[in-house]
Ligand binder design. Structure first.
Ligand code: IFM
Length: 439
C-alpha cells in the first residue's frame, strides 16, 4: 500500500457513493424513479433488487460519515436524488429531501470532510421519464431548474460540484445497450440522450456559475479499448469503441466537437441544429473527474454499426468479470491532460473493484481489493510525477451497495454491509487504507 506522504501535500483522498445506491429511496417522501420501474420488470435486475432500502444511509448517514472520517479521508463524494428533492421532477419541492442533504452536508463539514456533490447519478424521476426522459429536449432546462433548487440549499458549502455522473452510462448503456434504466435499445433515443445529457451538463454549470457556486467540474467514465490483435478491422472496431465511450463526451465538453467515428453512426438521429449547442455544452469548467475500472478487448463484428464485438481477455478479473489493468488509468490521465483539460486539475473520481467478500470471525479479508487500489494509486503517482495536475483520488465505494442491474450481488465497498441487519464491518482494505493515510 502507498503512503499519503508519497503524494503532493494538497492531494485529496476520498471515497464515493451515490444516492439511489445507498440511501433507501422509500424514506423521506421521495418520488418514484425510472430505476424503481426498471427493477420491478422481470429480467432487468438480479433478484429484482431495487434501491428502496439499500444501505438505509438515509437514517445511518452519521455512522457512515464517522467511518469516512475515521479512515482519514479528506473528502466524500455523494450525489443528490432529483426525485427525493422534486418528486415529480418539476414543481413542488419535498422539503424533507432538501433537509436531508442539508443535514448530510453539515455532518460532512463537522467531520472535516470536503463535500463533493454530483447532482445526477442516474435516477430520473418517473414523471419525467414519462415525458421522454433524456430523449426530451426540454430535459436540459428542467435539470437546470433542479440544479438551482439543490444549490440554493447546499451550494454555499460544497467543495466541488459535478452535474452528471458518467454520461456514457446515461446515454449509451441505458438507451443503446438497454442494460440500465430506462432499458431502451434504440439508436435515435441513444443519440438524443447522448446530446441532451451534455446540454444538461452545460445548463447546470451555467446556472451554478450565475449563483456563484465554485469549483465546478465534469465526471466521465473511461474504459481502455484494446484491439484483440493488429488486424486493421479489429483495430478500427477498438477505435470506434474508444470514440463512443471515451471521446464523445470529453470532445463535447472540452473541444466543442464530437468525434467523426461516432457521428458516422448517430448523426442522422441527432436533434436538428445540434451543432448550435456546443457553446452551452463547452461552457468552461474548473476540473475534470475520471472514473476508471477496466479495459475491454475488442474486435470487428459483421452487421450494423458500430460493428464491435467484445472478447474475453487474458488478465485477472474482478467479480464483475472486469479485467484488472491499471496502466489504462495512467493512459487516460495522460490523454485527458494532453488532449482535453490542458492544465485543469484532474481527479480520479471513481476507482475500485467488486470482490467476493464475506465476514468471518468479524473480519473481511479483501486482499484482492487492496492490491487493486494500490496498483491504481501507483498509476496515479506515476502521472503526478510526470507533472499532471492530479488533485485527488476517490475509492468506489464506501459501502457495499445496490450495483444497479446486478442488484446486491457485487460488493464494491471498503465497508461490508449485511443487507439483512444493516451491520457495517470495515474490511481489511479499509483498515490498511486508514494506516496508509496516516503515513
Ligand atoms: O456502482 C457504479 C457507480 O454507480 C458508477 N460507476 C461504476 C460503479 C461500479 O459499477
Amino acid at each position: 500500500m502507498i503512503n499519503r506522504s508519497d503524494y503532493p501535500a494538497d492531494f485529496l483522498f476520498g471515497t464515493a457513493t451515490s444516492a439511489y445506491q445507498i440511501e433507501g429511496h422509500k424514506f423521506g417522501g421521495a418520488g418514484s424513479t425510472h430505476w424503481d420501474s426498471f427493477a420491478a420488470t422481470p429480467g432487468n435486475v438480479m433478484g429484482l433488487g431495487n434501491g428502496q432500502l439499500a444501505c438505509d444511509h438515509y437514517h445511518r448517514f452519521e455512522e457512515d460519515l464517522d467511518l469516512v472520517a475515521a479512515a482519514g479521508f479528506d473528502t466524500y463524494r455523494f450525489s443528490t436524488s432529483w426525485a427525493r428533492i422534486i418528486p415529480d421532477g418539476v414543481g413542488s419541492v419535498n422539503q424533507q429531501g432538501l433537509d436531508f442533504y442539508d443535514r448530510l452536508t453539515d455532518a460532512m463539514l463537522e467531520r472535516g470532510l470536503k463535500p463533493a456533490a454530483t447532482l445526477y447519478h442516474w435516477e430520473m424521476p418517473s414523471a419525467l421519464e414519462d415525458r421522454g426522459g433524456w430523449r426530451n429536449s426540454d430535459i436540459a432546462k428542467l435539470f437546470g431548474d433542479f440544479t438551482e433548487v439543490v444549490m440554493a440549499c447546499i451550494g454555499d458549502r460544497m467543495f466541488s460540484v459535478a452535474p452528471i455522473n458518467e454520461p456514457w452510462c446515461v446515454g449509451w448503456l441505458s438507451h443503446f445497450e438497454g442494460v440500465h434504466a430506462p432499458g431502451l435499445r434504440d439508436i435515435r433515443a441513444t443519440s438524443r440522450a447522448m446530446h441532451h445529457v451534455l446540454c444538461a451538463h452545460g445548463t447546470a454549470i451555467a446556472r451554478m456559475r450565475a449563483l456563484g457556486i465554485k469549483n465546478l467540474g465534469a465526471v466521465c467514465n473511461f474504459e481502455y479499448a484494446n484491439p484483440i490483435d493488429n488486424e486493421p478491422e479489429n483495430c478500427a472496431a477498438a477505435a470506434r469503441y474508444d470514440a463512443i465511450y471515451n471521446r464523445f463526451f470529453m470532445g463535447g465538453i472540452f473541444n466543442k466537437a464530437y468525434p467523426d467515428l461516432v457521428l458516422e453512426g448517430i448523426e442522422p438521429f441527432l436533434p436538428k441544429r445540434w451543432q448550435d449547442d456546443f457553446d452551452l455544452i463547452g461552457v468552461p469548467i474548473d476540473w475534470c473527474g475520471i472514473n476508471y475500472y477496466t479495459r475491454s478487448n475488442l474486435g470487428h463484428k459483421e452487421g450494423a454499426w458500430p460493428n464491435i464485438q467484445t472478447h474475453e481477455g487474458p488478465l485477472d478479473k474482478t467479480e464483475m468479470g472486469w479485467e484488472i489493468y491499471s496502466d489504462g488509468l495512467f493512459d487516460f490521465i495522460m490523454r485527458t491532460h494532453q488532449e482535453y483539460t490542458l492544465g485543469l486539475p484532474i481527479y480520479v473520481t471513481e476507482n475500485g473493484m467488486a470482490n467476493d467478500d464475506f465476514v468471518k470471525n468479524g473480519v473481511v479479508n479483501d486482499d484482492a481489493r487492496l492490491e487493486y487500489i494500490s496498483a491504481h494509486l501507483l498509476a496515479v503517482l506515476k502521472a503526478v510525477k510526470q507533472g499532471v495536475p492530479l488533485a485527488g483520488y476517490y475509492v468506489w465505494s464506501l459501502l457495499d451497495n445496490y450495483e444497479w442491474s446486478l442488484g446486491y450481488e457485487k460488493r464494491f465497498g471498503l465497508v461490508h454491509v449485511d443487507f439483512e441487519t444493516q451491520k457495517r464491518t470495515p474490511k481489511k482494505s479499509y483498515l490498511e487504507l486508514k494506516k496508509a493515510l496516516k503515513c
